[in-house]
Design a protein around this ligand. Structure first.
Ligand code: ATP
Length: 363
């Protein structure tokens, strides 16, 4: 069984707590991304799963088996780091063959596996090449191949794409996902890049300051962030959040945003939770889920910056507490200094308690 259970996992370095009571169940064959900003405890968690660090508290189970005291070499995990660990004096073929050879596999079996993994990672034409003649991109591909060829039941990858260039990263995102589909390993993937997590993972565990913030599918964490940290961290740009107070109107419950006026009515599913909120709330909507309206209901804001990024345009509106971003098609005719009226798509609006940062929602 290659399911992974983290139970009340804690890691302290002296007085500093790097991980506070993490509970996470990763299913057999699941692709789980650990996502969060630098220093949030992702690598610490990963190192404990790998057996490179001892937990200060809690348990790690692989299936039913408690991993306490089980050394890395006996855990049956493959590990790929940010910095490729390969033998530069060897050829690509020798690097790929190294693990199976050490395990005593027969030559025909080694050749078969090297051929298959090279094919999958597009290394076939480079098998005879010495590793010291390869680019960083290809070296990382070889490093992934070296681990994958061992067909570990659990594959751990810690920021494997952070040193490769952007175009190659996009290719590798697809290849890694295909690799996992083929071998059906349980994959744990550490990244600070929400795009990598969103595009590859079955589920994402979002972390901040050593605390697990939310676990869910990419769409769950995008559509229904549990708190303002997740709302801002997921999405590029992140969710817009405007401070205000719930207010009754003849059209239903709205948020009074002070100088920005009142919002359109809130979606019915969250009105009860928002009505019961004490104090200020944060009115949230995604930059991609706003439209430009003329003279209709919406938020009227000055355009402060226009970022044209090819297919789309990110328009920056307002300043300070009223700053929001909206994403439009590339032909949007807005310029700095103009006033735009943007209307968030009602069903996509989310509201958070300003004091606790938690989402106000049904249930
Ligand atoms: P990054 O991507 O920057 O590595 P991360 O989310 O993986 O970020 P960790 O490497 O897990 O973060 O580190 C979490 C915290 O624990 C950081 O504040 C880090 O400085 C601290 N830390 C990690 N290892 C040690 C150590 N051996 N001794 C003391 N503090 C440590």
């Amino acid at each position: 069984m290659s399911a992974i259970h983290l139970q009340h996992l804690v890691k302290k370095f002296g007085d500093f707590t790097a991980l506070k009571t993490m509970d996470l169940a990763i299913a057999d064959g699941e692709f789980m991304a650990l996502l969060g900003p630098s220093g949030c405890g992702k690598s610490t968690t990963m190192n404990m799963i790998a057996g490179m660090e001892e937990p200060t508290g809690g348990k790690i189970l692989f299936g039913e088996r408690d991993m306490a005291g089980v050394p890395m070499g006996r855990r049956g995990v493959g590990f790929v780091f940010q910095n490729y660990a390969i033998f530069t004096h060897m050829t690509v073929r020798q690097n790929l063959a190294y693990g199976p050879k050490m395990r005593g596999a027969a030559k025909p079996e080694i050749d078969r596996r090297v051929g298959a993994i090279a094919e999958m990672l597009q290394l076939t034409s480079l098998l005879g090449r010495k590793a010291d003649r390869l680019s960083v991109n290809i070296l990382q591909r070889v490093a992934i191949g070296r681990s994958a060829i061992m067909e570990p039941a659990i594959f751990l990858l810690d920021e494997p794409l952070s040193n490769v260039d952007a175009a190659f990263r996009a290719i590798m995102r697809t290849e890694l996902k295909q690799l996992q589909r083929q071998f059906r390993q349980t994959m744990v993937y550490v990244t600070h890049d929400q795009l990598e997590a969103m595009t590859m993972a079955d589920r994402i565990a979002v972390m901040d300051h050593g605390v697990l913030q939310q676990v869910g599918s990419p769409l769950e964490v995008y559509n229904n962030p549990a708190n303002v940290f997740v709302a801002r961290f997921i999405g590029a740009p992140g969710m817009n959040l405007l401070r205000g107070r719930p207010a009754e109107s003849d059209r239903g419950l709205v948020i009074d945003l002070g100088p920005l006026g009142v919002t359109p009515p809130l979606p019915a599913a969250i009105t009860a939770a928002v009505r019961s909120a004490q104090g200020d709330v944060l009115y949230g909507f995604r930059p991609e889920q706003a439209t430009l309206v003329e003279g209709g209901q919406g938020l009227s804001l000055p355009v402060t910056f226009v970022e044209r990024i090819g297919a789309r345009t990110i328009v920056h509106l307002g300043q300070g507490e009223t700053a929001v971003k909206a994403v439009f098609d590339n032909d949007v005719g807005l310029a700095i200094g103009q006033t735009a009226v943007v209307a968030p798509a009602v069903q996509s609006v989310r509201v958070f308690d300003a004091a606790t940062g938690l989402a106000l929602r049904a249930g």
